[in-house]
Design a protein around this ligand. Structure first.
Ligand SMILES: [Zn+2]
Length: 241
């Protein structure tokens, strides 16, 4: 398997690249692509997050209510994204755990693709089984499938969602897709130099991670390569047109 190294752009204006990260839950983007976000942002990319659900099921605390959790997770996501260099975060607020493949969800994602006009989209690999190791969360599968379908064909197809044309949003063709947590990775980014910052960002999701020190130690052990480096791996697709 050929594995490309993470590429860097130059620093001129025309090299500016914009990326939209489409995820199911607050924290998914930081886990999947947080290191790449930081590294590439320092090299002229602009990153935006689009979070499909409200994160309301992300607790095992019997005292926690959705009314308290949703705004908490929203703020945690904003703080983590800001630390990593993300320009802005948008929330679609579908109910956590109930994300479904609907024309409405596809249209909502297409709206942000047409509005932001990203060169690249990062999202979940929508496969049900990941690397023969675990089952992908149904919201992750749905968000990944919808993101891919939004990129092709719907964002670039003029007759799809005429109401978006009424909003002044013209068709747009994304050029590259990066899927995280893929069984078929063909692209890797060495994030070793920013791994600490990524872990710090993850720890800002305080509602999600208890015993922070212990958690940090486990991440370091689990995510480190045998040679001590940290990588983010993607399945990468570049459209030929
Ligand atoms: Zn998730």
């Amino acid at each position: 398997m050929g594995v490309e190294r993470g590429r860097m752009t130059g620093e001129t204006e025309q090299d500016l690249r914009r990326a939209l990260v489409i995820a199911a839950h607050p924290d998914d983007s930081d886990i999947g692509v947080g290191g790449t976000v930081t590294l590439w942002s320092r090299n002229g990319w602009e990153f935006y997050y689009l979070v499909c659900t409200d994160g309301s099921k992300g607790t095992e605390d019997p005292e926690m209510t959705s009314d308290r959790l949703v705004p908490m997770r929203r703020e945690e996501q904003r703080a983590a994204a800001a630390l990593l260099g993300v320009r802005d975060v948008f929330f679609l607020d579908y109910v956590d755990g109930e994300l479904a493949y609907t024309p409405q969800l596809i249209r909502d994602v297409v709206r942000y693709i047409r509005r932001l006009r990203p060169y690249a989209v990062f999202t979940h690999d929508p496969s049900q089984i990941v690397r023969n190791m675990f089952v992908n969360h149904p919201d992750h599968r749905c968000a990944g499938t919808v993101a891919l379908d939004a990129v092709y064909p719907f964002a670039r197809n003029r007759p799809s969602f005429p109401e978006l044309l009424d909003e002044g949003l013209e068709p747009f063709s994304v050029r590259e897709i990066y899927l995280w947590n893929s069984s078929e990775g063909n692209f890797e980014v060495d994030i070793t130099s920013v791994a600490d910052l990524k872990f710090e960002a993850l720890l800002l999701h305080k509602s999600q991670f208890i015993e922070m020190e212990e958690r940090m130690k486990r991440w370091r052990e689990r995510w480190a390569e045998p040679d001590g480096r940290f990588l983010e791996r993607f399945r990468h697709i570049e459209f030929p047109f």
